[in-house]
Design a protein around this ligand. Sequence first.
Ligand SMILES: Cc1cc2nc3c(=O)[nH]c(=O)nc-3n(C[C@H](O)[C@H](O)[C@H](O)COP(=O)(O)OP(=O)(O)OC[C@H]3O[C@@H](n4cnc5c(N)ncnc54)[C@H](O)[C@@H]3O)c2cc1C
Length: 462
Amino acid sequence: MAGTAAEVTEDPLAARLAATVGEAHVLTDPDLRAQYEIDWTRRFGGPSRLVVLPGTTDEVAAVLRACAEAGAAVVPQGGNTGLVGGGVPRDGEVVLSLRRLDEVGTVDELGAQIVVGAGATLAAVQQTARAAGLDVGVDLASRDSATVGGMVATNAGGTHVLRYGGMRGQVLGVEAVLADGSVVSRLGGLGKDNTGYDLPGLLAGSEGTLAVITRVCVRLVPLLPARAVALLGVPDTAAALRVFAALRPLPSLSAAELMYADGLALVRAHADLGPPLEDEWPAYLLVECAAGTDPTEELGAAVIACPDVGDGAVATDASGRERLWAYRERHTEAISAAGVPHKLDVTLPLSRLAGFVDEVRGRLVELDPGATCVLFGHVGDGNLHVNVLGPAPDDDRVDDAVLRLVAHYGGSISSEHGIGVAKLRWLALTRSPEDIAAMRAVKQAFDPDGLLNPGAVLPPPG
Ligand SMILES: Cc1cc2nc3c(=O)[nH]c(=O)nc-3n(C[C@H](O)[C@H](O)[C@H](O)COP(=O)(O)OP(=O)(O)OC[C@H]3O[C@@H](n4cnc5c(N)ncnc54)[C@H](O)[C@@H]3O)c2cc1C
């Protein structure tokens, strides 16, 4: 049951939305709203006014028109797997869930593209693309829940950025609804189109603050049938980076992920996995090569030539590859099972990444001797996920110490998760006042009344 008739009619906006999308798709009952009001990390969230689940672009437009007329703020939400608190309400906003817009179109094999609804999950799109011998260039561990609309809105990264780029690079077009309910559509799927400002590119990474994405034309890449995954034990971060640099010229290299002994131990205990290698190593590099023909020999030869590799395991069959990937992919859930972490997703210049890793651990222990710092990430992109367990979730000193250190090392305070509300306070660490003013002008042009995801991405003026 959605909200009762009495609850729906008590709020005139709920009643108007129910008339548009159907009563079953307007949730006013607190129990039904609950799952939409707290984020995946359990660190962010708050009460919503109601949750509305339109089923078509026209319904999204009608919902946004009704909210604009009522002066109601709206938080767009996809799969609610975001890690920076940008997709959940804070203070009585309307949650606009796109989950019912989950249509997966037909693959255009010649154009290597597909048009999908914003609420389609990555896994659903991958399944359809793979049946046609194609694939999506971006992959994430949250693939079963993360939606394509959310992935565009966050400009998601994931494990294959070093080969195909991030989500912005996979977007050939979008259809989106602006704050006033008007619809903009560029779904033609043209390979080249320099007709003025690139709205799809601008909406990528806008985190629901500029428009609500309703459909996406996704670029597809060839499905590479032959894959080899190697998990390599190395003595430290610098050695892992040297091995990555040695493997980088391999044309088949499609992933390079870094993790450490403490994170691996957490994953093993959480997922009940055996050791990947005979001995324990301080750091591990997981690499994947994918090609039309078996890349194992090429990968093996390159690894053997690396003096920094202490030990390694290689898998070529699907179950073996999945087993090795699990050590890396299950980090996020294993950390979350251990507590509510501070999650800081950052980029460092590769030349300074090892220095940062050494220093950040020490800084955090100085700050709170009970802090546990679990690091892992997409090292090929200089992207580290700094997870801190122990200090209270609202102890901002942790975030402050890590992000200031990142800025000091010439990095970015958000690599792929976005700013949301989690990083708002620190935007000015790596964006100049002029940059922030230009972003504000864009926001003002798209959403003059500030109704779309207020309080996310841009700090309040002043
Ligand atoms: C286990 C796990 C692993 C992850 N791994 C990665 C990773 O490797 N790389 C990575 O980049 N991220 C990763 N993430 C984070 C997350 O999955 C991504 O940010 C993803 O893109 C969010 O998609 P979503 O549909 O869940 O969006 P949500 O969480 O629902 O929303 C995220 C943001 O997008 C906005 N939004 C959502 N849908 C729309 C829409 N249709 N129109 C406009 N705005 C919208 C929201 O307002 C919010 O600001 C991971 C998360 C988990 C839980």
